[in-house]
Design a protein around this ligand. Structure first.
Ligand code: NDP
Length: 335
């Protein structure tokens, strides 16, 4: 089989030659192993963090070693008592088309019957979906009637946040890059959209947010950081809650980034800025899957996917995240 490794650590925006293909041997499974053919793999912004050689909540990728990440696959052969041929599984053995190994070393989970397409297990019904659900409902402590600002609103996490907030009868302002994405965010139910690329100074972005939320915002769900975060602080109402989910605008930065210059307002407005990592909220998984299934069935929750085909497209799909090439979840289709 074929897999991908880092050829070198990216500096700034990753480039194609930061990646190289490696051969993956996937022999018949030995005792306790399974052999899996991946059907889909995920590329996610957090992977950029693992490309730096630094301590974090997940260890760094090593040069020349297979990259890992979320994947869906089918068991082709099993020498493990809990798995049989044909089982559908999710694992962290992405960035390759086939593999053989121990389930527990590859964070394998059997898939609950959701009635959803396989790819949804990496998006709406998977890690990004739970991130949105836990982040907006618990971290931001969403209340009916809140005015909610969501950045990255056309992406996997952001588009889900927009819809959950609408289900909870909130007023939603979503920001995304470009009119096509803004139209999507509108279709998903947002009351107001901001094309941040058409407002490419802090003042312009702030002006657009003030216009969309003349009485201010109660909640900010941050996917991008930078000017968006500063504008959200500026527009926050007293006791506002911020779920700090990600700051993709800074993931490729090569120099020190400025903080929000108005952070002092956190005191006077008594704001809560709370960072979070989805894995901490694993207890919400069962309820998340139940709610999501209901919402999708009712037509209250839609999900968009951007699909690149073939294992050879994996780095390009990953780079695409930082170029805004995806609407909804960015995925690579394998078999
Ligand atoms: P997305 O599907 O949102 O894809 C990334 C999007 O980010 C792009 O499509 C692009 O949209 C936008 N983007 C890229 N560069 C910039 C920039 N410089 N400024 C503003 N926007 C930019 O990815 P996910 O939904 O998977 O992730 C969204 C966020 O959530 C990320 O910050 C990620 O790290 C975070 N996350 C955090 C988790 C946690 O546990 N805390 C778990 C999962 C995700 P556009 O065209 O609109 O610019």
């Amino acid at each position: 089989g074929t897999g991908w490794a880092l050829a070198k650590r990216p500096v700034g925006m990753p480039e194609m030659d930061d990646f190289k293909t490696v051969n993956v041997s996937a022999p018949a499974p030995k005792e306790g192993e399974i052999q899996v053919r991946n059907s889909w793999m995920s590329v996610d912004p957090y992977m950029r963090g693992r490309m730096y050689d630094r301590e974090s909540y997940v260890p760094p990728f090593q040069i020349g070693e297979l990259l890992t990440g979320g994947a869906v696959g089918h068991v082709q052969a099993s020498a493990h008592p809990d798995y049989s041929e044909g089982d559908l599984i999710v694992s962290m053995a992405g960035w390759r088309d086939v593999w053989t190994g121990k389930p527990q070393e590859n964070m394998v989970n059997k898939v609950p019957q959701t009635g959803l397409p396989e790819s949804a297990l990496l998006g709406i019904a998977g890690m990004p979906g739970l991130t949105a659900y836990a982040g907006i409902l618990r971290v931001a402590d969403l209340k009916e009637g809140d005015t909610v600002f969501v950045s990255g609103a056309a992406g996997a996490v952001g588009s889900t946040v927009v819809q959950i907030a609408k289900i909870k009868n909130c007023t939603v302002i979503g920001s995304a890059g470009g009119s096509e994405k803004c139209n999507l965010v509108k279709e998903l139910g947002a009351d107001h959209v901001i094309d941040y690329k058409a407002h490419d100074s802090y003042e312009a972005l702030l002006g657009a947010l003030k216009k969309a939320a003349p009485k201010g915002i109660d909640v900010y769900f941050d996917n991008v950081g930078g000017d968006h975060l500063q504008a959200a602080i500026e527009c926050a109402r007293p006791m506002g809650r911020f779920a700090i989910c990600g700051m993709i605008s800074q993931y490729n930065a090569t120099d020190v980034q400025p903080g929000p210059n108005n952070i002092i307002q956190v005191v006077g407005k008594q704001l809560t800025l709370k960072g979070f990592i989805v894995s901490t909220y694993a207890d919400m998984q069962p309820q998340f899957l139940k709610d999501m299934a209901t919402w999708i069935q009712n037509g209250d929750m839609k999900f968009e996917e951007t699909v690149m085909e073939g294992i050879e497209m994996a780095p390009e799909a990953f780079l695409g995240l930082f170029q805004g090439r995806n609407k909804g979840k960015m995925l690579v289709k394998l078999a």
